[in-house]
Design a protein around this ligand. Structure first.
Ligand SMILES: [Zn+2]
Length: 282
């Protein structure tokens, strides 16, 4: 994706190098990659995040003065900012066309752990969106995990960000709330998981819708970009993650959708550019 020199978002908070004053778990060394991956993209941090601080209100950070991002890390942070801005422009336009107003989400870059309105955010949870503060949380070390899972390239990261923005859209349009209510009424874990899968696939589709309109507007896609996004979508499919972790991939345990479904829904949004085509049955 051609992004250098392009406008960035003003909604980024950079907390990298700040460490939590309270709460254990700074540094997540030793966590098995596969377990890490199960939580990748989990939309509901209340469930995904463990070890929530007893007293969130007192969670504070302090600056680690030894932290100096490398030139490469700074470049990735800049890329994130441009992609977030691109999502803002696209969704502002689409909401306006629907006679509505888009409320832009924030995005916090952090390292290791960070206080959020949904409890302590940890790298091990992967990128996530917290509905309570309408903020996306991203630890860029996740990129190494994505690479280990066979997905690399800048557009893989763009897909991840656009997916989390998709959860934000589900939140501000009320879809998330409806699904939570349906889940509360659901009779089994399998049924609740199925609803969760539909949420995740819709977020993938919304990421595709963004990619469609962004390309129309900016023409910044480069050869291989769509492939990178598809590869990323595939690498975080439940069946792929479970196989990697040595767990039999059973559909009733899926929470994000299979690799094939994730690619299919991203593609559906990408080709149509129509969020009405992101009806995953929720
Ligand atoms: Zn998600």
């Amino acid at each position: 994706m051609r992004w250098k020199g392009r406008e960035g978002s003003r909604n980024i908070t950079d907390r990298r190098g700040k460490t939590m004053k309270r709460g254990a778990g700074i540094g997540v060394g030793g966590i098995v990659m596969a377990l890490v991956a199960i939580f990748v993209f989990n939309e509901d941090p209340m469930r995904a995040l463990s070890g929530v601080l007893g007293n969130q209100g007192q969670a504070q950070t302090q600056t680690n003065t030894e932290y100096k991002p490398s030139a490469q890390e700074q470049e990735v942070a800049q890329f994130v900012s441009v992609v977030l801005r691109d999502t803002e422009v696209t969704w502002n336009n689409l909401f306006r066309q629907a006679n509505s107003q888009y409320k832009e989400p924030g995005l916090t870059l952090y390292s290791n752990s960070t206080p959020t309105a949904c409890g302590t955010g940890r790298s091990a949870s992967g990128p996530f969106y917290c509905p309570a503060d309408q903020e996306i949380y991203l630890d860029l070390s996740f990129l190494n995990e994505l690479k280990n899972m066979g997905a690399s390239g800048d557009f893989a990261l763009a897909y991840v960000i656009a997916h989390e923005v998709g959860h934000h859209i589900q939140t501000i349009t009320g879809t998330s709330k409806n699904v939570r209510q349906m889940q509360a009424r659901s009779s089994s874990k399998a049924q609740s998981n199925d609803l969760q899968v539909r949420m995740e696939l819709q977020a993938d589709c919304l990421a595709g819708v963004w990619a469609h309109h962004n390309e129309k507007r900016t023409g910044t896609l480069e050869r291989g970009d769509i492939q990178e996004a598809m590869q990323a979508a595939a690498s975080v499919g439940d069946d792929t993650i479970m196989k990697r972790a040595g767990i039999p991939p059973r559909k009733e345990n899926f929470t994000h959708g299979s690799s094939e479904q994730r690619m299919q829904w991203f593609n559906q949004g990408l080709r149509s550019g129509d969020y009405n085509k992101c009806d995953t049955g929720i």
